[in-house]
Design a protein around this ligand. Sequence first.
Ligand SMILES: Cc1cc2nc3c(=O)[nH]c(=O)nc-3n(C[C@H](O)[C@H](O)[C@H](O)COP(=O)(O)OP(=O)(O)OC[C@H]3O[C@@H](n4cnc5c(N)ncnc54)[C@H](O)[C@@H]3O)c2cc1C
Length: 471
Amino acid sequence: MKQRDLSRVFDYVFVGAGISGPFIAKDLCAKGADCLMLEAGRQYTRKTYPDNGLDGTSQMYWAGGLELNHDSRIAFLRPKVVGGGSVVNQALVDRFDDDALDSWKQVSGISDFNTDAMAPWYEAAESEIEIQEIPSQFQNDNAKIFDRGFKKLGFKNAPLRRAQSNCRLEEGNCCIECLNGCRLGSKQSTPETVLKNALENGLTLVPETEVMQIKVLSGGDIRLSGLDGKGLQVNYKARNLVLSAGAIGNTRLLLNSGFGRKNSNIGKGFFCHPQYMSFGIYKEKINSHLGAFQAFKSDDQGFRKEGFKLENVYAGPESIALLVPGFGAAHHRYMEKLDHFACIEVCTRDITPGQIKVNRKGKALIRKMRNKEDLNRYQKGQKVIEDIFTSTGAKEIIHGRLGIGLHLMGCCALGTDPATSVVNPEFRLHSQANIFCADSSVFPNAPGINPSLTIMALSKKAAAQILRSVA
Ligand SMILES: Cc1cc2nc3c(=O)[nH]c(=O)nc-3n(C[C@H](O)[C@H](O)[C@H](O)COP(=O)(O)OP(=O)(O)OC[C@H]3O[C@@H](n4cnc5c(N)ncnc54)[C@H](O)[C@@H]3O)c2cc1C
């Protein structure tokens, strides 16, 4: 058995145990690489995931739940937990279409961005997880309203593909709970899948350790310094570094470590698919929180051309309370009707790039604008939602007060040209060959499609590339 000697020089050190890191680590560890993974968040088990939304939000996200953009119109939810987004997300997995990959090819100059060349990487990613749709007998009333409205208005929808294995819905389980981590182990989060496998193959995982600085030593090795769970300074060394801390995490770390002087593109091109939830209030109880609350997505080429998609979603009462309008008694009156709420969200494909910078204390500052076209996309989607609610008998319709950013992408864009990108087609930083990155930060623009399956596919591709280069 390997000794837990963390002072040695590892082959690879990973910053971040979200989706990308564990997908790459699994393949490197299987080939005998000596890997260390540092994660700022806590490590939970099925038994210890928080059992309510307030604890889940405050314990498993950066800044205790929400970070805001510069004008406080978009709230970002950035996971901070072993497993990252795969633990707290809605587990919807979609491949990118030609439209998304073509636009990536144009921006990045990488010809491999097409559905044929990406297919083997999607297949490799899909082989690591189970993917299911919600059987029709378990669709709850929130899902049925979505479906009925689409049919009445003549729009096309499709079942959602979820990374789950057995939600035991026949026993009355409610999917809303899995937003704080799935207690059944059904959700195909990385701790249940690839991370587990990497640990079995020798990965050393150190949770509750925030990496603060990267230093390239004179011989080329990388030294990382950070703070452990007790606030004590820790240092680790490796021959290679894999950045897997997400768009904001990687950018903050690179800028705080002086890499902005080597490549001024770091931090530029931040996208987040701003999402806006709307609620239809019905006379009868909808009980959106019970059972499988999400089963459908829009699959309408008209919407895709207009730059938005609609999703059948819901959230815990602590999140909905934040979005519902009004204060005091007026707010309370809405919250009393929660059982009567149905919910649909419009997710926009944003075209205005934002930028992440750091202030003098090293804190990330998120500048994210929405131009006229971004707002136009949101308003068009919102109009369809209003039509769906009206056509299915809603008595009142309310719109969430804040845009939400869950798909945090970009800032270390992939590309062939160092003058316009940060990471090269071999997933190495243009400015430092032994630093790799294949997570959400490498997205060159917003695809308008759920990102996690593509993060997994890119990570599989990056792992193969890394292994080829050391063979
Ligand atoms: C509520 C919610 C719902 C979502 N639903 C979906 C969905 O249905 N489908 C979909 O495709 N996507 C969804 N997403 C988005 C998806 O989860 C993310 O795009 C994905 O997790 C990004 O993967 P990643 O590997 O880039 O980073 P992450 O999964 O965010 O992991 C990064 C990890 O790095 C750690 N880290 C950051 N900085 C440091 C540091 N300095 N030191 C140590 N560790 C650090 C973080 O704590 C985090 O755990 C959702 C996200 C949220 C929040």
